[in-house]
Design a protein around this ligand. Structure first.
Ligand code: C2E
Ligand code: MG
Ligand code: MG
Ligand code: MG
Length: 274
């Protein structure tokens, strides 16, 4: 919901339905049936090691292929799914599907890499989150080190809970990435205490890297901060060679963006490793 009102708005759990249009209500009805109708699909976007240029990870990105609405972008239905709580079953489907798919790729002999899944705030605060993830890993027989969970800075609004949950997640062996870093509620004091493996620089900064000196200094600062806290840093939304070159001069560890690949259906991943 917050995203619809701009990235820097933190009314995460706005329970009022003001702003919900008729289309939203129609969308809500359709969204309720989407899991059963098997209308969700995961696309995967490769992440590349900046030095070896090998695929170092795959981010799972949700798509809703609605019979009634056509292809719906996550930007358009995740906020609604969050508001209504539907994000919990949807998110669980996403984790299970991504783990199954990653295990399947490993069975086919692909070099094992982590699959990253985006966790919404609401999911993150579910009391049985860690238990559910453990169960999914057991069911799918995926080694926990090949699952990464992406969270955003908004979890720092409840820092004590966040630290506890993150530590529990780390103790089962999964990886943690901080997504969209630099756009949200950043408190360096908390970032330092969060057990994070990967820091993802938001694409807004990457896209300004050539024209905007301030974006360049922010990027350089984020990369140094990440490295000093023993995290590796990944740049999102890399679209041009020039951006990739500049990011390399700042020692960015990994790249993700249209320059390398758009998010693609699972079937296309095999070919991308070749
Ligand atoms: P995100 O996690 O920050 O994902 C990156 C978004 O940037 C994706 O948009 C991706 O397609 C897009 N992107 C990648 N490379 C480039 C590039 O070079 N240029 C530009 N302009 N964009 C690029 P997408 O797939 O539309 O997803 C949007 C957001 O929806 C995600 O942002 C994430 O916050 C959310 N989302 C996606 N899947 C899930 C999910 O399974 N669960 C939850 N809770 N949220 C999800
Ligand atoms: Mg993400
Ligand atoms: Mg995000
Ligand atoms: Mg992001």
């Amino acid at each position: 919901y917050a995203k619809r009102h701009g990235r820097n708005n933190y009314q995460i759990y706005n329970t009022q339905i003001e702003g919900l249009s008729k289309t939203d209500l129609r969308m809500e009805t359709l969204l309720h049936k989407a899991i059963d109708k098997k209308e969700f699909v995961l696309y995967y976007q490769p992440q590349y090691d900046a030095t070896t240029h090998k695929i170092s990870g795959l981010e799972a990105l949700l798509r809703w292929n609605s019979k009634d609405l056509g292809m719906v972008s996550p930007i358009d239905f995740i906020p609604l799914a969050e508001e209504t709580g539907m994000i919990v079953p949807i998110g669980e489907w996403v984790i299970r599907e991504a783990c199954n798919q990653n295990k399947e790729w490993q069975r086919q002999g692909l070099p094992p890499v982590p699959v990253s899944v985006n966790l919404s705030l609401r999911q993150f605060y579910q009391t049985d989150l860690v238990e559910k993830i453990e169960l999914i890993l057991k069911e799918t027989k995926l080694d926990p080190k090949y699952l990464e969970l992406e969270i955003t800075e908004t979890i720092a609004l409840q820092p004590d809970i966040a630290i506890r949950v993150l530590n529990e997640l780390k103790s089962i062996g999964v990886l943690i990435a901080m997504d969209d870093f630099g756009t949200g509620y950043s408190s360096l004091n908390y970032i330092r205490r969060f057990p994070i493996d990967h820091l993802k620089i938001d694409k807004a900064f990457v896209q300004g890297i050539q024209q905007d000196e301030e974006d360049r200094s922010i990027i350089a600062t984020i990369i140094t901060l990440g490295h000093n806290l023993s995290m590796s840093v990944i740049a999102e939304g890399v679209e041009t060679e020039e951006q990739a070159e500049l990011l390399k001069t700042y020692n960015c560890d990994m790249f993700q963006g249209y320059l390398f690949s758009r998010p693609v259906p699972a079937e296309m991943i095999l070919a991308m490793f070749k």
